[in-house]
Design a protein around this ligand. Structure first.
Ligand code: MG
Length: 280
């Protein structure tokens, strides 16, 4: 694969044709894929999906796990509901995560990703130990499938994330670095954070966010790439310094003109890539 292939975060749950058409129109060769619901995971549908991506020359680089009752409305609701942190739903969600890893394997994808949630930081909290145990189970299952498990950044500082990864102690545990999330969650300065967790970064979201919030703007609202407080050129330069040349995956979640924003983001990344890698 070329260095820094461009990509987008996409979904097939709303209909593979529509999803793939949009990806083809944008001309990208990589995608991260939201895991579709169980109805998409039969052997036959997996084969169809895999073939359609392959026929289009598109590589799925990470399958992202989410849960229907994850609630991103407020940071408080994220703390209560997201990922493998909520104790009551952890067993079911763990089983679902392992099933999605199997689905990703059927698609030939060697990584799954997830917002793990707000992991308790106190080492005396038994829930921290329980989340670590669950994370090890995911890693160990992924290991049997030849996969990595990527943690989405943002819900904790880079130092906390590094401490967590070190404690889990599995070499297929990795980071999906999202610089905008660091701003949105108030989890620290993104570029400094990248230096802290850089050795574990195996995928990135190219997403932007403005620190200055507009009146009435939800906390999670992102910004068109290049218009927020992530310095995208500096972000790529840091990735280059780290030796990260994997996919640059655009994530644009809340936009009145998502297609236009995605095109503009891909142009920006293409220009920066050419400049930084010296290609013409
Ligand atoms: Mg993200």
């Amino acid at each position: 694969m070329d260095r820094w292939p461009l990509g987008i975060f996409t979904s097939i749950g709303g209909g593979l044709g529509a999803g793939l058409d949009a990806v083809r129109r944008l001309g990208v060769k990589t995608v991260q894929l939201h895991a579709p619901d169980g109805s998409w995971r039969s052997a036959e549908r997996c084969r169809d999906t895999r073939r359609q991506f392959a026929d289009s020359g598109i590589t799925v680089t990470v399958v992202f796990v989410g849960f229907p009752d994850d609630d991103y409305t407020t940071i408080d609701s994220v703390q209560r509901t997201v990922g493998l942190v909520p104790a009551a739903s952890r067993p079911d969600r763990l089983a679902e995560t392992l099933a999605i890893a199997g689905y990703a394997r059927e698609l030939g994808v060697d990584a799954i990703g997830m917002h793990l949630g707000f992991v308790p930081t106190s080492h005396d909290d038994p829930e921290r130990a329980a989340v670590i145990a669950a994370t090890r189970q995911v890693c160990d299952h992924c290991r049997t499938l030849g996969q990595r498990f990527h943690l989405e950044t943002g819900q904790e500082s880079a130092d906390e994330l590094r401490a967590f990864i070190t404690e889990v102690d599995r070499d297929n545990l990795a980071v999906n670095f999202d610089p905008a999330n660091m701003i949105l969650y108030g989890a620290g300065e993104p570029l400094a954070a990248l230096d802290v967790v850089g050795p574990w970064v195996h995928s990135v979201h190219c997403k932007d966010a403005a620190r200055q919030r507009q009146p009435g703007q939800p906390w999670y609202a992102d910004a068109p790439l290049g218009t927020g407080d992530v310095n995208v050129a500096a972000f790529l330069a840091r990735l280059q310094r780290l030796g990260y040349y994997g996919p640059l995956t655009v994530e644009r979640e809340y936009s009145p003109d998502q297609a236009g924003d995605l095109e503009a983001a891909l142009r920006l990344l293409g220009d920066l890539r050419d400049r930084l890698l010296g290609a013409l």
